[in-house]
Design a protein around this ligand. Structure first.
Ligand code: 5RP
Length: 265
């Protein structure tokens, strides 16, 4: 368990996870139509990638040495009745066979299928602990993005930790995020959610989340849906692993963007 966690969480105590699992309920998400192509230039800057077994098997070179966080929940779609109605899709045996450093699963607190998703987490933790595999709980909000406020996120994160998650993925919120972290005894990483227009806004979330105790990110769309994804991931990496401020990260982003534009001309 400690060795697997050490592959994910770096020696500075921080982590940059790159999720490309969105297709498991969204289908061929914009810019993730060919996941292997999308992430190839980003891989050197990620500490781990998060994805499903199908994409791992069909789009990712088995010779890569990046740690894998295997998404093992699903069974719903964006056009289906209820996104919270997930089950466990992938066995622990498969996770071991695929040499996963961790597995991840969504929980839907406050939803119709709250109980099922929390029992899924508990079952997964029971099995994974036997083999020393960390479980990352994904505190999902489904379609209700407005749920991303401290009281709700704190509730979800604490429940995930109580049920045995070793790492929790949640969302950043501008007010009270420190309460989310303080109430959760295991490391927290933040997701970005749908892509926003301002790079500086993303850098601000990441920086503030770290100041308030998060260990890093599990951030996808605001990296790989960007026109300059490498510049984005490198700027975010500078905040996480080099303690860059949002302004320093923005400066780096602009330098990398200008370099890339020059090469493309
Ligand atoms: C999708 C997920 C994603 O991995 C997570 O939401 C992070 O991605 P993004 O930054 O694009 O929100 O769990 O279900």
């Amino acid at each position: 368990m400690r060795n697997r966690l050490a592959h994910l969480i770096q020696r500075d105590g921080r982590a940059l996870f790159l999720p490309i699992d969105h297709g498991y309920f969204q289908g061929p998400t914009h810019k993730l139509e060919q996941p292997g192509k999308t992430i190839a230039p980003l891989l050197p800057y990620a500490d781990a990638i998060m994805l499903t077994r199908g994409i791992l098997r069909s789009c990712i070179d088995p010779l890569i040495t990046k740690p894998i966080i295997l998404r093992v929940s699903g069974g719903t779609s964006i056009i289906g009745e209820d996104l919270s109605h997930e089950g466990i899709t992938t066995s622990v045996k498969e996770a071991i066979r695929l040499n996963a450093a961790a597995v991840s699963l969504s929980i839907f607190v406050g939803s119709k299928y709250e109980h099922e998703s929390l029992m899924n987490l508990s079952r997964l933790v029971n099995e994974c602990e036997e083999y020393g595999i960390p479980v990352m709980a994904v505190t999902a909000v489904g379609r209700e993005l407005e749920k991303r406020e401290a009281r709700y996120l704190a509730l979800c994160c604490r429940i995930a930790a109580e049920l045995g998650a070793r790492v929790v993925k949640t969302y950043y919120c501008s007010e009270g995020f420190e309460k989310v972290v303080q109430g959760c005894p295991v490391p927290i990483v933040i997701a970005g959610g749908p892509k926003v227009e301002s790079e500086l806004e993303v850098f601000g979330w990441v920086y503030d989340a770290l100041q308030k105790g998060a260990i890093g990110v599990n951030l996808g769309r605001n990296i790989w849906q960007h026109d300059y994804p490498v510049a984005m991931i490198r700027a975010i990496r500078a905040i996480i692993h080099e303690n860059a401020t949002p302004q320093e990260a923005y400066k780096l982003f602009n330098e990398l963007k200008a370099e890339k534009s020059k090469i493309e001309k």
